[in-house]
Design a protein. Structure first.
Length: 118
């Protein structure tokens, strides 16, 4: 989305249009509009505060998963390069197992279905 701004003059400075979402606008007095935006800011602040613990937990889980993947990669490398094991099988099934694609590239560490190298 892009915007274009042009200079203009207001004829009625006591009333404003407020975008309340999905293309709907309401007309309010300037004071009512200030109250509306104050309530909206308070609501959004409370929602962010509610989400903060969940975000911290997800970050910790992500860090633990990354550490585990690093350990698995080291284990796979230590197995000798052509053992038929890969991280794709390990993390899809929840256990170590043979490479699902039989690529013969032990230690390649494919992630998910996009086959990105780590």
């Amino acid at each position: 989305k892009s915007s274009m701004y042009v200079p203009g003059k207001l004829h009625d400075v006591e009333h404003v249009l407020i975008n309340v979402g999905t293309g709907y606008y309401i007309e309010k007095t300037a004071e009512d509009a200030k109250g509306f935006f104050k309530r909206k800011m308070d609501f959004l602040t409370k929602q962010m505060e509610k989400m903060q613990p969940a975000l911290q937990e997800k970050h910790a889980t992500n860090q633990a998963a990354m550490e585990m993947m690093g350990q698995k990669r080291q284990q796979l490398t230590a197995l000798g390069g052509n053992s038929g094991y890969c991280l794709r099988a390990c993390f899809r099934n929840g256990t170590e197992g043979p490479c699902l694609r039989r690529l013969g590239l032990c230690g390649h560490g494919f992630l998910g279905s996009r086959k990105r190298r780590i």
